[in-house]
Design a protein around this ligand. Structure first.
Ligand code: GDP
Ligand code: MG
Length: 176
C-alpha cells in the first residue's frame, strides 16, 4: 500500500524551538544553534497504527503579532503544530494570534492542530503552567503536548498527535 502523504506546518514565535523539535524528530539530535532564518522542509517516513506515512514538516522562520498569515500556509496543509515556549508569556500570546489568523485564512471549521509547550527542561524559568496550555487547547478543540526538544521528551508523541488529529478530521469529512 502506498504511504499516506501528510504536510504539516510548524508555526510559532521565534526561538520557541520549532526547528529543534523537527531536527530532534527527524535526525534524533539536539542542535544548539540552528540558523533561525532557514525555512526548510524535512521528510520522514513513519509507521503509526499500521499505516505508513510520508510526513513533510515545513519549518517556518517564525511569526509575531505583526505577521500577515502567509497565504501559502493556508493551502494544501493537512495540519498545523503551534509551538510556544513554557518560559515565554509572549510566545503564548503569539500562538493565540497565529491561531486566529489561521482560522480566518483556512476557512474550514475544523483544522487539525496540536498546541505544543516546549522547553519543559527549563522548569525553573516556567511562565506558562501546564493547565494554561491545556485550557487553551481545549478551547480550540486541539490536542496538547508539552515537550523538551533538548531532552527528547514527548517529541515523538507530539508528531503522532498531529497525525491522529488529521486522521480524526479526515473521518469527520467523510461522515458528512
Ligand atoms: P525556532 O526559532 O523556534 O526554530 O527555535 P530553535 O529551534 O532555533 O531554538 C531556539 C533556541 O532555543 C536555541 O538556542 C535552542 O537550542 C533552544 N531550545 C530549543 N528547544 C529547547 C528545549 O527543549 N530546551 C531548551 N533548554 N532549549 C531549547
Ligand atoms: Mg527555526
Amino acid at each position: 500500500m502506498p504511504s499516506k502523504q501528510r504536510k504539516i506546518a510548524m508555526m510559532g514565535y521565534r526561538s520557541v524551538g520549532k526547528s529543534s523539535l523537527i531536527i530532534q524528530f527527524v535526525e534524533g539530535q539536539f542542535v544548539d544553534s540552528y540558523d533561525p532564518t532557514i525555512e526548510n522542509t524535512f521528510t520522514k517516513f513513519i509507521r503509526l497504527n499500521s499505516t505508513e506515512y510520508e510526513v513533510k514538516l515545513v519549518d517556518t522562520a517564525g511569526q509575531d503579532e505583526y505577521s500577515i498569515f502567509p497565504l501559502q500556509y493556508s493551502m494544501d496543509f493537512h495540519g498545523y503544530v503551534l509551538v510556544y515556549s513554557i518560559t515565554s508569556s509572549k510566545s503564548f500570546q503569539i500562538v493565540q494570534i497565529i491561531y486566529d489568523k489561521l482560522l480566518d485564512m483556512v476557512g474550514k471549521i475544523h483544522v487539525p492542530i496540536v498546541l505544543v509547550g516546549n522547553k519543559t527542561d527549563l522548569h525553573l524559568e516556567r511562565k506558562i503552567s501546564t493547565d494554561e496550555g491545556k485550557r487553551l487547547a481545549e478551547k480550540w478543540k486541539a490536542a496538547f503536548v508539552e515537550t523538551s526538544a533538548k531532552r527528547n521528551e514527548s517529541v515523538t508523541d507530539m508528531f503522532h498527535a498531529i497525525l491522529s488529529e488529521i486522521e480524526r478530521s479526515d473521518g469527520h469529512i467523510q461522515e458528512k
